[in-house]
Design a protein around this ligand. Structure first.
Ligand code: CAA
Ligand code: NAD
Length: 339
């Protein structure tokens, strides 16, 4: 009995000290994100690198809200695909805005495209940029190479931001000069960008108050709801959503249930708009694989205490599909087939 009392007393002390630590951390987090909104830099010209699922959406929404946008991709063919994606999305929006007039629908779509310049020339793309948003492949080496080059091309005032799903913003920013790092943050948009209201704005230890406020302001102008997160693996949404997606793949690998039944279960039993396999197909299996590989490298090099090695173990099924070019909706097949 005596021992039991001592243990439970100890547990109460432990709980109290854990909750005191949590409260101190929360206070520090609030201080990290506080700052004056009077200190910000206006963004009139935005350049987006990567015109895929995300970059085309970011360029479109910025342009819809009066920001001049230059969209840069590697090839004219990639840019033509970006334009088709924007056109499809804008048609849906225009139909709702002007249900009774085809002319007004067309005028709206043209007014949005008037704000967008497409180019494959990175130097030309950033000539007047107040803000560069990078939305290229989820690979740390490739992202660092791009930012190293952009740091030399861009004026000192240009703010840099990455739309990475899972990589460290500080690590990407380390490819740039010390001065630029104060002007570097994360803006994590969600797919499909025209429809999803959220953006996670990431402030690193080096991001200046002015940069952070400018990024929040751009999100507000794009009519997005911004939340702030420290530079942690997956930030808020993907730290919760990605383990769920990978666990679904492992469930399928174990043969516990079919993809169709797992999807039906999560839609009808948990109220999710898409099941996990519909969602991975929507996000892109290549992007999911990059997230898994990037996190595994972090765990293996001891840089991610908050991720477990079970979570980041390779998935044979996912790797096989990526190898076969089954990347999800964008390639016509992933876990499901599409027209
Ligand atoms: N452009 C413009 N409007 C669009 C659109 C687009 N690309 N996609 C959908 N919409 C609009 C439709 O016009 C429709 O509008 P109304 O309700 O006003 O008519 C509305 O969205 C619903 O669309 P649909 O009826 O076609 O289809 P739906 O009801 O099945 O919704 C969805 C589609 C919005 C994609 C919904 O299925 C959904 O929310 N899915 C989950 C998406 C999600 O979880 N995204 C996050 C992915 S993770 C991520 O992004 C982070 C990462 O780093 C990987
Ligand atoms: P995607 O494969 O659809 O598009 C990437 C585009 O970048 C391609 O068009 C490619 O040609 C282009 N590109 C590659 N290197 C380039 C370079 N050096 N310069 C210019 N363009 C280049 O990929 P995506 O799904 O749009 O993802 C882009 C980024 O956004 C990734 O970091 C991803 O993790 C992140 N993200 C993706 C999602 C999603 O659901 N797919 C959601 C949020 C964030």
């Amino acid at each position: 009995m005596q021992r039991q009392v001592t243990n439970s007393t100890l547990n109460v002390y432990k709980l109290a000290s854990t909750s005191a630590t949590a409260a101190r951390r929360l206070d520090a987090t609030r201080r990290h994100f506080s700052g004056s909104s009077s200190r910000m830099q206006a963004v009139n010209n935005m350049t987006v690198f990567g015109g895929g699922l995300m970059g085309a959406g970011i360029a479109q929404v910025a342009s819809q809200h009066g920001i001049k946008v230059t969209l840069c991709d590697l090839t004219d063919q990639a840019l033509a695909t970006s334009k088709t994606m924007m056109q499809k999305s804008l048609s849906r929006i225009a139909n709702k805005k002007h249900p009774d007039s085809k002319d007004e629908q067309q005028a709206y779509i043209s007014s949005v495209f008037d704000n967008v310049t497409l180019t494959t020339d990175p130097a030309l793309a950033v000539k007047d940029a107040d803000l560069v948003i990078e939305a290229i492949v989820e690979n740390i080496k490739v992202k660092k190479e791009l930012f190293r080059m952009l740091d030399e091309e861009c004026s000192a005032k240009t703010i840099f931001a990455s739309n990475t799903s899972s990589l460290s913003i500080s690590e990407i920013a380390s490819a740039t000069s010390q001065a630029r790092r104060a002007k570097f943050g994360g803006v994590h948009f969600f797919n499909p960008v025209p429809q999803m209201k959220l953006v996670e704005v990431i402030r690193t230890e080096e991001t200046s108050d002015e940069t952070f406020q400018s990024l929040l302001d751009v999100c507000k102008r794009m009519q997005k709801h911004a939340v702030s997160c420290k530079d942690t693996p997956g930030f808020i949404v993907n730290r919760l959503l990605v383990p769920y997606m990978f666990e679904s793949v492992r469930m399928l690998e174990r043969g516990d249930a079919t993809a169709e039944d797992i999807d039906a279960a999560m839609k009808l039993g948990a109220g999710y708009p898409m099941g996990p396999f519909e969602l991975i197909d929507f996000v892109g299996l290549d992007t999911a694989q990059h997230i898994l590989d990037g996190w595994r490298q972090k765990v293996e090099s001891g840089q991610a205490d908050s991720l477990s090695s079970d979570l980041v173990a390779p998935s044979a099924l996912l790797s096989q599909k990526v190898k076969e070019g089954k990347l999800g909706r964008k390639s016509g097949e992933g876990f499901y087939k599409y027209n």
